[in-house]
Design a binder for this molecule. Structure first.
Ligand SMILES: [Zn+2]
Ligand SMILES: [Zn+2]
Length: 168
């Protein structure tokens, strides 16, 4: 299934971001390049922890991606310790929506593509609104409880069930 990032980046395992002089920067990662301003994009927000930009193939009138500024692998690689990070990503997503005049925060969709249905390995939260204006294909690509898309609530539930010790 095609995802909306629109950039074909070869699937890589999440384990090769432990090397390198630039901690938290993966030179093969398109999102790292966007955050680093090596690639032109609509960077709406960026601080040490989180960044936000528009999805280049919007699935709704408002479609933003919230990402950790430092490279973090996809949602499958997350541990229980990442819950606060995920919650902060959600908060920023909602703030960005409000800054862009989205007032009905019930009519939004927040979630992650589940690997391998993910063209970019850099962890990214899809923030879409309003859901009521999403077309058929977008509803399919960002369908909650599907094999390929996991909502924030589902992800946090899953992380909560994990032990705090990293399991590999
Ligand atoms: Zn990255
Ligand atoms: Zn995605």
């Amino acid at each position: 299934m095609a995802t909306s990032e629109g950039t074909e980046v070869a699937e890589r395992s999440g384990e090769n971001n432990s090397h390198g002089q630039n901690d938290g920067y993966d030179n093969k990662c398109i999102f790292c390049k966007i955050i680093n301003k090596e690639v032109k994009s609509d960077l709406l927000y960026s601080d040490e922890e989180l960044s936000c930009f528009r999805d280049i193939h919007p699935g709704a009138p408002h479609h933003y991606l919230v990402v950790p500024t430092k490279h973090v692998g996809n949602c499958k690689s997350l541990q229980k310790d990442h819950i606060p990070l995920v919650e902060k990503m959600v908060e920023l997503g909602k703030t960005i929506l409000q800054n862009n005049n989205v007032t009905d925060l019930e009519d939004i969709r927040l979630g992650f593509h589940w690997p391998p249905f993910c063209s970019v390995t850099h962890l990214h939260l899809h923030v879409l609104a309003p859901v009521s204006q999403m077309g058929f294909t977008s509803r399919l690509i960002y369908r909650p409880n599907s094999m390929w898309f996991i909502t924030v609530d589902q992800l946090i539930q899953r992380l909560n069930l994990m032990s705090s010790d990293p399991v590999q």
